[in-house]
Design a protein around this ligand. Sequence first.
Ligand code: AP5
Length: 218
Amino acid sequence: MVLRLVFLGPPGAGKGTIAQRLCEAHELLQISTGDLLREEAKRGTELGNKVKAIMESGEYVDDSIVAELVENKLKELGTEKGFILDGFPRTISQAETLENILDKVGFELNGAFDIEATDETIVERLSGRRSCGKCGKIYHLKNIPPKEKGKCDDCGSEVVQRNDDKPDVIKTRLETYREKTAPLVKYYEEKGLLKVVDANGEIKENMKNVEMILKGVE
Ligand code: AP5
C-alpha cells in the first residue's frame, strides 16, 4: 500500500522528527509546509518577507499561499511514492482544500496522525531545538544532539536555532494551534482516519508506536 499520511499535533511535539525518520524508513516524501515557507522566506522576495513576518509572530500564513505550495508538490509526485504532509492541513478550510487537491491528483489519505505531547515537554523541546540550516535535519541540544557540536550529521552544515523558537512566540504558536488546528482532530476522527500518538517518551519509543499503528493501516 502507498502510504499517504497527514501529521497534526502542537508545535514541538515531534512531528518533523518522526516524519523525517518514517520517510527515510519507508521511502516517503516529507512535505513540511513549515520548511517550504522557510525556503520562501529565505528567498527574500516580497512574498517571502510577508511569510517571514507572519511565522515570526506565531500566527498562520494565509491558507491560499500554503495550499498552492502543497498542490505543486503533490502534482510533481508519481502514483508510486507515498508522502507525509507534515503541518498541513492546519485549519478546517485547508483540510477541505486538501480534499479537492487529492481528488484532482487521484490520491486518497490513509491516516491522520495526531502527534501529542504535554505543554511541559513542548517548551523543553522547542527551547533546545536546533536544525540544519541547509538540509533541515532536526536536533535537540540535549535530547538528540548532532555527533559533532554545532554541525549536521548528514551534510556537515551549521545547525541553527529557529527565529520562532522564542518563549513569547512559542506561547502564540500554541494558542494559534489550539484555536485553529485542534478542531481537525475531530474532523479526521469523523472520517475514521485519526491515529493518536503519545510522543512524550523517547524517540525510539515513539517510532515503535508509530510503526505499530502503521501495521494496522497497511
Ligand atoms: P512548522 O515548521 O510546521 O512548525 P510547528 O508546527 O510549530 O512544528 P514544529 O516544527 O515547531 O515542531 P515539530 O512538532 O515538528 O517538532 P520537532 O520534530 O521539530 O511551522 C512553522 C510556522 O509556519 C507556523 O507557525 C506557521 O506560521 C507557518 N505554517 C506552517 N504550516 C502552515 C500551514 N499549513 N498553514 C499556515 N501556516 C503554516 O521536535 C521539536 C524538538 O524536540 C526538536 O529539537 C527535536 O529534536 C526534539 N524531539 C523530538 N522528539 C523527541 C523525543 N521523543 N524526545 C526528545 N526530544 C525530541
